[in-house]
Design a protein around this ligand. Structure first.
Ligand SMILES: Cc1cc2nc3c(=O)[nH]c(=O)nc-3n(C[C@H](O)[C@H](O)[C@H](O)COP(=O)(O)OP(=O)(O)OC[C@H]3O[C@@H](n4cnc5c(N)ncnc54)[C@H](O)[C@@H]3O)c2cc1C
Length: 401
């Protein structure tokens, strides 16, 4: 039986393993954690006081036909399909799939690790989300600055969702009048995609949120709450809520040039095959792809690789479909693909309701049993490709003399 080794038991790795388990493959998932975290719940755990079950044991989410090894990959020889782990074990396979996600990398910015240790954030882990919740519970007025530290961010709506949910929390607690709320972003407008910015920017204005664009965080001083930008701006606050930069897993690869400077892997954007290596793939947040890092992408990419491994060529189309909580009881979906920019979406209660349903559907979706429903849903909600630019006008005949 063909051996497939999947590194990472998160959204993409777990679904892929379960899809392959139905076929004659010998599947192993090697994962650094045996607790599977549903990351989107961190937002509500930190900012809305929700206490859903954030994690489940990975073993319970995997088919019994899948072997689970709890260990951390530290060195991967992609050509030999050989993986060395932190415990000193070595695993070999016929095909290798890297699904190790993206990790919060606050150490990239001076002072951000200390800031996260003190105030928490909603992009790292449960402990950090609960620290942020405690910091918000203790807040009685002053300045809160919310924003993303670098352009690479898992779930692009999440920074703006953060400011909307904090605004709502402050209003409910009667603290909004006593709070200066600032949203900062490295982009030239509050939301990078124009169709979504058309909803976000006016809402921020209406809520009285001060916006700082083109603000790339250079350093943070947790003692004084001062955030400095590469552009020379300075922002002082009592409570910094900072989405950290992200990087790929700390794994050494051979060949090394498969990694970009942020440790994400160069994969073909359609087939997810690692460039220059046979029978090796990267899916989900671990891959450097020209689309958003999101669970939806990890899910769809797992399906592509499952098809590829079973000899049915398939292609990932760059699809995103991220639910976005606008904080006023409505939501939108940010939907795009390689060929279609994010399309406009009307804020609706139904969209938010679907987002709230996600934690329940998520665990079951990892089994692969819901694929017929997802296929129909994604086909129904596919964004339309941008119309081709008009053909150039034919050269004019020289005027007859
Ligand atoms: C606040 C927040 C809100 C979000 N909201 C949404 C949303 O609404 N919609 C959406 O689509 N996405 C959302 N996301 C993003 C989504 O959760 C991620 O994009 C998705 O989980 C990525 O899946 P993955 O399989 O690539 O990686 P992950 O799910 O992160 O899994 C990576 C796995 O690899 C393991 N691992 C890491 N390093 C190693 C190693 N060296 N060796 C072995 N194993 C390793 C980890 O332990 C983990 O099990 C959100 C994320 C956050 C933080």
């Amino acid at each position: 039986m063909r051996r497939v080794l999947i590194l990472g038991g998160g959204t993409g790795g777990t679904l892929l393993a379960n899809l392959l388990a139905r076929r004659p493959f010998d599947v192993t998932v090697l994962s650094a954690s045996d607790a599977h975290l549903f990351q989107p719940s961190l937002l509500y755990a930190a900012l809305a006081g929700a206490s859903p079950r954030l994690t489940r044991p990975e073993r319970r989410l995997l088919s019994r036909r899948v072997r689970l090894v709890r260990d951390t990959a530290v060195r991967v020889d992609l050509r030999a399909k050989r993986v060395r782990t932190a415990s000193g074990s070595v695993y070999e396979s016929d095909a290798l799939v890297v699904a190790t996600g993206a990790r919060a990398a606050p150490a990239q910015i001076p002072g951000l690790s200390e800031t996260a240790a003190r105030f928490g954030n909603y992009h790292s882990d449960v402990a950090a989300a609960l620290r942020l919740r405690a910091a918000l519970d203790a807040f009685r007025g002053g300045t809160i600055a919310v924003g993303q530290a670098s352009p690479i961010c898992v779930c692009p709506p999440s920074p703006a969702e953060g400011v909307f949910l904090i605004d709502r929390l402050l209003r409910r607690r009667g603290l909004r009048e006593k709070t200066r709320l600032v949203f900062f972003t490295p982009y030239p407008r509050p939301y990078p995609a124009a169709a979504i910015d058309a909803l976000v920017a006016p809402r921020l204005r209406a809520l009285g949120v001060e916006v700082r664009t083109v603000f790339d965080v250079e350093s943070v001083d947790p003692a004084t709450g001062t955030i400095r930008s590469l552009e020379g701006d300075e922002l002082r606050c009592d409570l910094p809520v900072i989405v950290p930069p992200f990087a790929g897993a700390a794994i050494e690869y051979e060949p090394a040039d498969v990694l970009d400077e942020d440790r994400f892997l160069a994969a073909d954007k359609a087939t997810l095959r690692l460039k220059g290596v046979d029978d090796a793939y990267a899916i989900g947040d671990a891959a450097a792809l020209p689309t958003s890092k999101a669970g939806v992408g990890a899910h769809l990419q797992a399906k592509v690789v499952a098809a590829e491994l079973t000899g049915k060529p398939a292609a990932f189309d760059g699809r995103t479909h991220c639910p976005f909580d606008l904080g006023d009881g409505t939501g939108v979906f940010v939907t795009s693909s390689y060929s279609a920019r994010a399309v406009p979406c009307r804020p609706r209660r139904l969209n938010l309701w679907m987002k709230k349903l996600m934690p329940r559907v998520y665990w079951l979706s990892l089994s692969g049993l819901l694929e017929p429903i997802f296929d129909a849903y994604f086909a129904l909600t596919a964004p339309q490709a941008a119309p081709a630019p008009p053909a150039p006008a034919p050269p004019r005949e020289p005027a007859a003399r």
